[in-house]
Design a protein around this ligand. Structure first.
Ligand SMILES: NC(=O)c1ccc[n+]([C@@H]2O[C@H](COP(=O)([O-])OP(=O)(O)OC[C@H]3O[C@@H](n4cnc5c(N)ncnc54)[C@H](OP(=O)(O)O)[C@@H]3O)[C@@H](O)[C@H]2O)c1
Length: 364
């Protein structure tokens, strides 16, 4: 087969998103037979599957074959070499949340390997890494897309890029960027009814699988800060890192260093009064409290934390664990362009990754 009719796909990470991506890759290959998509490498942190002659790995049973593989993953520099020597173009799909894999993007890109990923780490780490990634991409012509790094499959990044590239002036971006925080506040301070105690809602969210194993990893605000870093940079602000602007943590100071997530949950009720006070203060003004991120482009102010919203505001009316992102721009005037919907989940996240792959395939 001529190399122009074939593209190799390499996947690192086969967890919740990786599994859904594999299934969408099969659908894509069936719907668009050209170029032929050949899986040449797939790995988790412990196992890998690949053939030295790049013989395609059947996608239908790749997960079972990976689970029973006794081959260890190649070290990242070796993955770069293996993929750079492939007899056709390669797209790397990073479905991990690994900083190590993210740090290797410039090496992949500079060898002509394109990347699609939902991993936030590369784009929200140091500003130097951000510059190295896009310099490597523009020098080699390899593409890099990361739609699902903000708002999962919601078209947040592509919309922002389109606004900027077509000459609109983005003045402000504001929204609820975490499904966990959305669920917590929509239950703690709902538009209808009283809502539960803060600690009870955090416990419930954990039981329903909405939080990280240790809920402090959601409550520290860092996940939202990473997403804001990505959007601020795309809007033209050279934000140094997700810790270079104010981020409000909802972890009581006394519970920051308790040993486990379970101990944290056990002690959290002792601190309910503070969040109750915040809820009551909002109620007294006819408002509700929500955990939001915002970027004021003109003043270069980026922040993450609690804000009060009028009950008629779209952010106040959010449901379940949905995300909402509002773009205020010169073109859209006083009515922002709003994107809303599920901001987490394997299938929707993988959809963002697969649609990025489609964009890359059209360009390489
Ligand atoms: N799930 C969502 O709703 C969602 C939404 C938006 C964005 N994302 C992003 O999507 C990515 C994947 O999320 P997920 O929910 O699928 O995570 P996950 O279920 O924890 O899966 C992660 C996968 O990556 C592998 N992995 C981790 N570090 C690795 C390394 N250094 N080398 C090779 N493989 C490695 C893991 O292998 P082991 O099992 O061997 O550790 C596992 O297969 C993350 O960046 C996440 O932030 C997820």
């Amino acid at each position: 087969m001529s190399p122009t009719n074939q593209v190799y796909i390499a996947i690192i990470g086969a967890g919740g998103v990786g599994k859904c991506f594999l299934s969408q890759l099969q659908t894509l290959a069936a719907r668009r037979p050209s170029p032929k998509l050949s899986l040449c490498y797939i790995s988790t942190s412990k196992k890998a599957l690949f053939k030295n002659d790049y013989a395609p790995i059947p996608t239908e049973n790749a997960l079972q074959a990976l689970a029973s593989s006794s081959t260890a993953p190649l070290a990242l520099p070796k993955v770069v070499e293996f993929l750079a020597a492939a007899p056709a173009k390669v797209v790397l799909v990073d479905n991990t949340s690994s900083q190590d894999v993210a740090d290797a993007y410039p090496a992949f890109l500079s060898r002509g390997i394109s990347i699609v990923t939902p991993n936030k780490k590369a784009f929200s780490g140091s500003y130097q890494l951000w510059q190295d990634i896009f310099t490597a991409s523009s020098t080699s012509g390899a593409k890099v897309y990361h739609e699902s790094s903000v708002g999962a499959g919601l078209p947040v990044i592509s919309t922002l890029k389109d606004l900027v590239d077509t000459g609109d002036e983005v003045t402000k971006i504001e929204g609820v960027f975490s499904g966990t925080m959305s669920f917590l506040f929509n239950s703690f301070a709902p538009l209808e009814g009283e809502g539960g105690k803060w600690s009870a809602e955090v416990k419930k969210a954990k039981e329903l699988g909405y939080t990280e194993p240790d809920p402090r990893d959601d409550l520290n605000g860092l996940d939202v800060a990473r997403k804001l870093t990505i959007l601020a940079r795309l809007a033209g602000l050279p934000v140094e890192s997700p810790t270079s602007f104010p981020v409000q943590s909802l972890i009581p100071q006394q519970l920051e260093s308790v040993a486990t997530g379970d101990e944290f949950l056990q002690k959290l009720p002792e601190f309910d009064s503070e969040m109750e006070g915040t809820k009551a203060a909002a109620q007294n003004q006819g408002k509700v409290v929500r955990f939001v991120g915002s970027i004021d482009v003109a003043t270069k102010a980026v922040k993450v934390g609690l804000e009060m919203f009028d009950r008629s505001h779209p952010i106040a009316a959010l449901k379940g664990s949905d995300n909402i992102i509002s773009f205020y721009t010169k073109r859209y005037g006083s009515n922002p362009l709003i994107i809303q919907g599920a901001g987490a989940g394997g299938d929707v996240t993988a959809m963002g990754v697969t649609s990025d792959l489609i964009k890359v395939l059209a360009q390489i």
